[in-house]
Design a binder for this molecule. Structure first.
Ligand code: FES
Ligand SMILES: [Fe+2]
Length: 375
């Protein structure tokens, strides 16, 4: 322990962090796609959008477009790329309809086989066996609560094993937060890890969010860890608690019995879930696009109101607008600093020096580096 740490009675900080060179460049990116994004259960969306026969969602997992579709009650995931001449099959983030390629109209069945090929006899003369060879690659899909996950590379741990104790958290959140009030994507010019890091710590709150987040939480941050994941809990400011109590009461919004503060969960590698006052769930993924860009996919949920007559009313609309506006404002503030850090980290080789308010970053980095060290 060095002198200063002793003076302040702080335990020594971990020193192992991801070197800045790992945040840019094609080689580092290709390695993390292979060792993290292809091998992990990746969160791709909510079962809410897959309730009915032929409902589908699409997602992009580090450069691989994936479709998840309800085939007569069974969820199956496939590569969302046509085996004829490469068009994406489903073009929208979600919808209802069989997998039909928009380019030349090939129709795929629940095994991913093109069973409908316009003009097959004159154009190709494909036999049934030929068509089976042209099936879409299939991926594993697993659901926990209403959270849907896909894994590109078969084998390895089950979703439940990957989530550990956080599986129960996802169950609880799935039961509690059923009413989606926002869903959007913000493209960031930053490596996905720089995005993730901005949600893992509260040290930045005063400087980055002086008018927003700073006013709404106290600066205590209790952290705990589960497998590759982590949790941080802080207390809401008194003003914020009063505002929420009023809103809950007026709008008939339920409140989680388990999560009462600002409870933030990070599920490795890129899923972040924040619960405010047990009443609002914010779900974010930092989806890699390339070494220098990620898409921040955000969603907001409330619980189901016990006063349905308030839904669609002016007061409820004002609350929703307020929550949506606040959320996007905070995310834009994070975007500014994450993009600034991304520019900076390309110019240095010296490792970063996170402090105790950033302790969850050490766990994120350790999980990442352990994955990189694997074969
Ligand atoms: S590219 Fe899909 S049918 Fe031609
Ligand atoms: Fe932030």
């Amino acid at each position: 322990m060095d002198d200063r740490a002793q003076q302040r009675q702080l335990p020594p900080l971990p020193t192992t962090v991801i070197p800045p060179q790992r945040y840019s460049g094609d080689a580092a990116y290709a390695e993390e796609v292979a060792k993290i994004f292809r091998r992990s259960w990746m969160f791709v969306g909510f079962a809410d959008d897959l309730r009915n026969d032929n409902d589908f969602i699409t997602a992009e997992i580090a450069g691989t477009s994936v479709l998840v579709q309800n085939f007569d009650g069974e969820l199956r995931a496939f590569h969302n790329v046509c085996t004829h001449r490469y068009s994406l099959i489903h073009l929208r983030p979600c919808g209802n309809g069989k997998p039909v390629c928009p380019y030349h109209g090939w129709v795929f069945n629940k095994d991913g086989v093109p069973v409908g090929i316009p003009g097959n006899r004159e154009q190709f003369g494909f036999s049934e066996e030929d068509r089976r060879r042209l099936a879409l690659p299939r991926f594993e899909v697993a659901v926990r609560g209403r959270f849907v996950f896909v894994r590109l590379e078969a084998g390895g741990t089950s979703l439940d094993e990957q989530l550990g104790a956080y599986g129960l958290v996802l169950d609880h959140l799935s039961e509690t937060f059923t009413d989606r009030i926002d869903d959007g994507i913000l493209p960031w010019a930053a490596n996905w890890k720089a995005g993730v890091e901005s949600v893992l710590e509260v040290y930045h709150v005063d400087a980055t969010h002086p008018e927003t987040f700073k006013k709404f939480t106290k600066k205590v941050w209790d952290c705990s860890y589960e497998k590759e994941h982590s949790r941080g809990t802080t207390h809401l400011s008194d003003g914020s608690v009063r505002w929420w109590d009023g809103v809950n009461q007026k709008m008939g919004l339920p409140r989680s019995e388990m999560l009462r503060n600002y409870d933030h969960f990070f599920v490795f590698p890129n899923l972040a879930i924040g619960i405010t006052h047990g009443s609002l769930m914010s779900v974010q993924t930092y989806d890699p696009v390339d070494p220098d860009h990620c898409n921040l996919h955000y969603r907001l949920f409330l619980g189901e109101t016990s006063k349905p007559q308030t839904k669609g009313g002016a007061a409820r609309k004002a609350v929703e607008d307020n929550l949506r506006g606040f959320n996007v404002q905070v995310l834009r503030e994070d975007q500014v600093v994450s993009e600034a850090a991304h520019k900076g980290l390309k110019q240095v080789t010296r490792p970063a020096v996170p402090g105790w308010g950033e302790e969850r970053i050490f766990a994120f980095h350790k999980a990442y580096l352990d994955r990189m060290a694997a074969e």
